[in-house]
Write a protein that binds this ligand. Structure first.
Ligand SMILES: Nc1ncnc2c1ncn2[C@@H]1O[C@H](COP(=O)(O)OP(=O)(O)OP(=O)(O)O)[C@@H](O)[C@H]1O
Length: 678
């Protein structure tokens, strides 16, 4: 028992006349007194049977003080530990509390209880119920539901990985930015610097810089409302699920509630009760009591609305406006284009705006290393793939594609283009809002939109820009590949600018458009040899793969097979004749020449076309001169693939002054051992 100089009995008795009028929520106080053994079941029933609050309080206080010092001390501790919930919200700012207390001439229970000299007690508060039992049970139910949906979120994508290669997917740190707004500045910056910077540097600008100041646990702790803004697949849902998970792991005794709503799945909500209990989780007992507790203690309620596009639901609008649950915390996630609609209806000064920017370079490395123990260098040494992985969803697909390479079911090399096809298919699927979808039929039905996006991508790539001029009819599923920004240009006028989340995605779509329009190809090939348009060369490896009939399928739903066949009949010969140094019309050796054999190997690796490889080797007279090259793992695989296609002929390979990365050695040595070489 505590030894204080102040008698607890006296302290309670002196305040009796105030307490009988002020004490609220007897049920919680009684439950705690019962749980601590101060009052027996019968005594509790007798007090509860009293007619009104005044009588209940009177009976409660007298029963406790009659029991003496220990019981009264316990009573005071219970009031102290539960006062926030049972007696209204204390101000979060101490100075306000003092001012309020000083000004108040009436009895201030918070002030009164804080003046009692409690003994320092390590256990204090650990075993007290903060609210009625049904509420605690409901909180436990919400936590278990939150755990379940978080687990479902992370396991949903496990199927992308084959057999024994399934990794444990979980939250990795995201770059979160609380400064300013998403703006066109990013696009403009990219555009203005492009002429000066090389490809690697330009692609490097996609990776966000680490900012360690904000994290899911900080976002969980803050009392502010939060608006999480970010591109599709950048990690907004992952972030709110991490907040949910952290909440479920907190073992503090605070009675609080956290609700998660996937706004893509709910509509037509008529009441708060329907939203909380029907859409998320229903209490097993004391439904009214729980709802009352939620309403009375809304400062203990967090509501997450994930993937919100507008505030057309009156219930959600009222919650955001705090007409309902006035002290609750609201967390919204949206894409940048939807922020514009929301802004008009949001009390913006009340929201902490956080931009979700994706993975930093360090996180990409950690993520890819964890997912691909063996093939990680193939990704990390390739600037296109490394920077592509700043979008976590793309990182997931990159990892899944490379891991399938070693799975027993597939065992086929991972072409870079396959990653893009898979990303595209995956994006369509997750944005189609249908759980069971025949993706191939769906692609067929969207072919017009897809090809129109491809055309826009081609025009932009030709014009060396990342800003897309979209036709207004774009389908929202297809548009999820883009970041859209609505820019206010006049009082009532907004224009929407779009860009792919990564430039290589734009190149992939531009390649698709060229295959749809084979008449343009020869001209583009010639452009590739000029200084002004040499960047168009990056479309060719994608075209090589898109022309072949391998799965995952895409092209057959966009372009008739016959057309593709006609193109592929001449395409590979044309690629070789255009880019082979000795054959190309421009015989002057330029800096590009040295990389041409490698480039062709990469094209043929993407095509997985043995005949084209033999054609190339014949044209080269089976002499591959790679002297002076620097071979990262991907080019090594490409060279190894081409060499492997020559079954009988001896190959002369010049590797003088070649730098080969450690991971590149394996495929190259593997093929050198098997083939006749000079
Ligand atoms: N922080 C992260 N750590 C690990 N993986 C992540 C992370 N964030 C996202 N991912 C992966 O990327 C996928 C897509 O992320 P998420 O669903 O969170 O995107 P989003 O921003 O909510 O996109 P949308 O606007 O399209 O709903 C996830 O399923 C997950 O596999």
């Amino acid at each position: 028992m505590a030894s204080t100089t102040q008698s607890a009995v006296e302290y309670v008795r002196r305040a009796r006349r105030h307490l009988v009028n002020t004490l609220k929520n007897h049920s919680v106080i009684l439950e705690n007194l019962n749980q601590q053994g101060v009052l027996g079941d019968e005594e509790v029933c007798i007090i509860q049977a009293e007619g009104n609050d005044y009588d209940k309080n009177r009976k409660l206080i007298d029963s406790v003080t009659d029991k003496g010092e220990k019981a009264s001390y316990e009573f005071l501790k219970i009031i102290d530990m539960t006062r926030k919930r049972t007696h209204g919200r204390t101000s979060l700012l101490p100075e306000k509390q003092t001012v309020a207390s000083a000004e108040s001439k009436t009895f201030d229970l918070h002030h009164w209880i804080s003046c009692f000299p409690f003994k320092e007690d390590a256990q204090m508060g650990n075993n007290y119920l903060q609210g009625p039992t049904p509420c605690h049970r409901y909180q436990a139910k919400l936590k278990s539901k939150a755990q379940k949906i978080s687990k479902a979120f992370w396991t949903a994508n496990k199927d992308l990985f084959e057999g024994n290669n399934k990794p444990d997917l979980s939250y990795m740190p995201l770059v979160l930015d609380t400064q300013g707004s998403v703006s066109a500045s990013k696009i403009k910056k990219f555009k203005s610097k492009k002429s000066k910077w090389g490809r690697s540097k330009k692609l490097g600008t996609y990776i966000p810089q680490d900012k360690a100041d904000i994290s899911p646990s900080v976002l969980l702790k803050t009392h502010k409302n939060i608006l999480l803004v970010g591109k599709s697949g950048i990690g907004k849902t992952a972030l709110v699920h991490e907040m949910l998970k952290l909440w479920t792991e907190k073992d503090d005794k605070e009675l609080n509630y956290m609700f998660y709503f996937d706004m893509r799945k709910i509509s037509n909500i008529k009441s708060l009760e329907e939203l909380l209990f029907n859409e998320f989780s229903e209490p097993d007992e004391g439904k009214d009591e729980v709802l009352q507790d939620i309403k009375n203690n809304s400062d203990n309620v967090t509501l997450i609305f994930d993937g919100i596009t507008d505030l057309s639901s009156p219930v959600v609008q009222k919650l955001v406006d705090k007409d309902l649950l006035k002290d609750s915390k609201v967390v919204l996630t949206c894409r940048p284009a939807d922020e514009d609609h929301l802004e008009e209806d949001l009390p913006s000064e009340d929201f902490l705006r956080v931009e979700v920017k994706g993975f930093s370079e360090q996180t990409i490395k950690t993520y890819i290393s964890a997912m691909l123990r063996e093939g990680k260098e193939r990704v990390l040494s390739n600037v296109e793939l490394l920077t592509l992985c700043h979008v976590p969803m793309y990182a997931l697909m990159v990892a899944a594609c490379f891991s399938s390479e070693t799975s027993e079911n597939f065992q086929k090399p991972c072409c870079i283009t396959d990653i893009y096809i898979n990303i595209f298919r995956f994006c369509l699927k997750r944005n189609s809002n249908t759980k069971y979808i025949d993706l191939d039929t769906f692609i067929k039905s969207k072919s017009e939109e897809i090809l129109s996006l491809a055309e826009v991508a081609f025009r932009a790539t030709e014009g060396k820009t990342v800003n897309l001029t979209l036709r207004p009819s774009g389908d929202s599923c297809v548009l999820s590949l883009l970041k859209q920004l609505a820019i206010k240009v006049a009082l009532t006028k907004r224009i929407t600018t779009c860009a792919f989340l990564h430039y290589t995605m734009q190149e992939f779509f531009a390649a698709l458009w060229l295959l749809k329009n084979p008449d343009l190809i020869s001209n583009v090939f010639q452009q590739c040899l000029t200084e002004e348009k040499k960047h168009m060369k990056h479309l060719i490896p994608y075209m090589c793969r898109l022309l072949t009939e391998e799965s995952p399928s895409l092209m057959e739903y966009l372009i008739p097979a016959e057309e593709l066949k006609n193109t592929s009949n001449w395409f590979f010969k044309k690629v070789i004749s255009t880019f082979l140094p000795s054959l190309c019309e421009n015989d002057e050796p330029d800096t590009e020449d040295s990389g041409r054999i490698l480039f062709l190997c990469q094209c043929l690796y993407e095509s997985q076309c043995p005949e084209a490889c033999i054609d190339l080797l014949e044209k080269l007279d089976y002499r591959l001169d790679l002297s002076g090259e620097s071979l990262d793992p991907y080019p090594c695989c490409a060279v190894a693939y081409v060499i492997t296609q020559s079954k009988e002929k001896k190959i002369w390979l010049n590797l003088e002054d070649v730098t080969i990365s450690q991971q590149g050695m394996r495929p190259l040595l593997g093929c050198l051992q098997k083939r006749p070489m000079v």
